[in-house]
Design a protein around this ligand. Sequence first.
Ligand code: GLA
Length: 401
Amino acid sequence: MRKPLALLLASTLALTAMAQKFENLALTPPMGWNTWNTFASDIHESLIKQTADTMVANGMRDAGYVYIVIDDTWSKKQRDEQGNLVPDPAKFPSGMKALADYLHERGFKLGIYSCAGPRTCADYPGSWGHEFQDARTFAAWGIDYLKYDWCNRGNADARDAYTRIRDALYTAGRPVVLSICEWGQNKPWEWASGIGHLWRTSGDIYDSYDGRKGWEMGWKRILDLQYSLVDSIGPDGIGKYAGPGHWNDPDMLEVGNAGLSMAESRAHFSLWCILAAPLMAGNDVRHMKPEIQAILTDREVIAIDQDKLGKQGFRALAEPARAIEIWIKPLSEGDWAVCALNTGNAPADLTIDWERLWTLDRRPYQVRDLWAKRAAGDTTKPLTVRVDTHDVALFRLTPAK
Ligand code: GLA
């Protein structure tokens, strides 16, 4: 009797120690790059290596984008005879361990994709019934991040399915960021903290301002959805479920992709930072315009997203008649971020009347315009700024001395 009890105790202690290691992996929203939005199934190890090399050279890695994530379609269509996942040798001829080593040597972490169902969304093997085996495989390869999807899962309970893969990762013993991708269907904000580090809140994004293509939505629609999710569960909204180690995920970035204007890319990035969203670039960083690179690597804007307080921002004002929305986010040290979006179809002078942002306390704040890179007075009087269609003005407010 005594030996099994001791063993049980030892394994419980080991899992508790592993849980603590997992807890600290995403104290700010994860940042990185993911293959899906631009490349879908057209992936290859040379693309991953070139992307990583580019991200070193262009400053993205040093700005915080360290997770390089290979999305769906990376494996062979079938498992091997032992039931193992096998990388597609045409796409990853050197194997995943070699790729992980390449990335680790350059200061990156490697992410991979699987699914709670027996097949992934693109019809490759999923981890259903192989959770512990796959977690061991991922640990052996040196995987640091797992995006875990929700196609073909039958009538599985989402909480059980994601707890199972989390426990499999704990048992495999390598700390892994777990990205829950069940599209908000089972209200993951209510149960997923402590299981995964981030959870999708909606269907898929595509490179559009507010378009809709079946399952895919433009970023403004996803932004609006965050707000209606907020409405549906009360005034504090789903934002209250986000915090260090557990984040709402409104999906990856389309910044720099063809369907967005420069203004729409800038606004999308700014508002994702206001939401404390994970920042997973989804463009071809090897061939991006300098203006897009400047958006993605702007330290002052990234600091809004990565603020250590870890509070998600919210919409403080929406006036369709004036074509303006104002989103705000509390920051550490009593600072605030304020983002004014021009929702109209023409450039406009937007007036920000600080007094109407009821959440700000009444003290004057000094205002810095983050994209214009200049001081913009203080909050004692309204500020009027010219903002392009679908663009934003983004400010950091600091209590006046
Ligand atoms: C789902 C996910 C996407 C992507 C694809 C891959 O649609 O939501 O982000 O991973 O599957 O097939």
